[in-house]
Design a protein around this ligand. Structure first.
Ligand code: ZN
Ligand code: ZN
Length: 357
């Protein structure tokens, strides 16, 4: 598994024309080496793989990253990293421009005089296609989210605060094996439903309100992400009409996911559907994103998506919403796996409107 990843990283390095690459983004340290600590750098060349860390981690690194030579630093991570680069005589060192802080870059620049620092790269594309072991973790994380939804529907009633609902979701997920919430749990009730990222507050839920819950679990480092909106009581005509618009758009989005389709095309089709229903101005965010070791990964489903073609074993969320300031709103989100012939939902909670009596 790590062997394959390292091979792909080296292939990438060849394409970029650098002698070696410096990996500093924490999830990428984990992904390309197996090591699970922080404050560490990887240096990978066509024939060497080194892991620079401090005394807290040397024993752990040797056990978790057997394909790497562990280098212990005593006077600072960048000083030792630069020493390794100079000793090897590498002339062109690629680095993660989307991860290395400017201060660190400046320090390395100073320590590596004579070495060409670049090109600046993103390793995100190398994690887009998920391996079977990763998919197993993501299925488990998604199942934990579904179980928490089953539970919270029975728990939900008027008079609870959004925080109590968030706590219930998080407690259930934790008890089922989640390491932590995938992100700050969103519970947005009534008028707060117009806030796409309405993190739970002390607001009490009132009978007749929509409650949008967007949350996820983390299982062995892998995230899940789902959103459901329920009505606490009987839905009114306008609530039902808007719910139907979002649900139809969400189902359309899921039905369009298959290998070969672009991230822009899926987003555009769903956006068009919502616009045709009269709510084009009320759906401002992108349709979806990938996830894995991070909650937001490439590829995206949006007007700015750079993904020309979805591939089997990629994962995307499909999460249209309609938001009316002053009134409220709703979103429905599933996590979807691209298969050889189409798509498979990883989240299975019911999408039809649930009215909690
Ligand atoms: Zn979400
Ligand atoms: Zn999402």
């Amino acid at each position: 598994m790590i062997e394959d990843r390292l091979a792909r990283l080296r292939e990438f390095l060849r394409e970029k024309g650098a002698d070696a690459i410096l990996v500093t983004r924490e999830v990428n340290l984990h992904y390309f080496s197996g090591f699970r600590g922080d404050d560490t750098a990887l240096l990978v060349s066509p024939d060497e793989a080194l892991l620079v860390t401090d005394s807290r981690y040397t024993e752990q690194a040797a056990a978790q990253a057997p394909l790497y030579e562990v280098v212990r630093q005593k006077d600072g991570l960048w000083k030792e990293t630069a020493a390794v680069v100079k000793k090897r005589g590498w002339q062109r060192l690629a680095f993660e421009g989307d991860a290395l802080l400017y201060d660190s870059y400046a320090k390395l620049r100073e320590l590596l005089s004579g070495v060409s620092l670049g090109p600046s790269v993103s390793l995100a594309p190398l994690r887009m296609v998920k391996e079977p072991e990763e998919l197993a973790c993501m299925r488990r994380a998604a199942a934990i989210g579904d179980a928490a939804f089953d539970d919270v529907v029975k728990f939900m009633r008027p008079g609870l605060s959004e925080n109590e609902v968030a706590a219930r979701l998080e407690t259930t997920m934790r008890a089922l094996g989640s390491e932590r919430p995938a992100f700050p749990t969103i519970v947005a009730s009534g008028p707060r439903g117009s806030l796409p990222h309405g993190v739970a507050t002390e607001k009490l839920i009132v009978a007749g309100e929509f409650v949008t819950m967007d949350y996820g679990a983390v299982y062995q480092g892998y995230h899940s992400d789902m959103t459901r909106t329920v009505c606490v009581g009987k839905a009114g005509e306008k609530q039902r009409a808007i719910y139907d618009v979002v649900l139809a758009a969400q189902r359309l989005g899921v039905s369009l996911i298959r290998p070969g389709v672009s991230g822009k095309a899926v987003d555009a089709a769903v956006r068009e559907r919502i616009k045709a229903a009269g709510y084009g101005e009320n759906f401002g965010h992108g349709l979806g994103h990938s996830l894995g070791l991070e909650i937001h990964e490439e590829p995206r489903l949006s007007s700015a998506s750079t993904c020309e073609s979805l591939e089997p074993s990629m994962i995307v969320t499909v999460e249209p919403g309609v938001y009316l300031p002053g009134w409220g709103g709703l979103r429905i989100e599933d996590t979807v796996l691209v298969t050889e012939s189409g798509a498979e939902l990883l989240t299975h909670s019911p999408r039809d409107l649930i009215e909690i009596s």
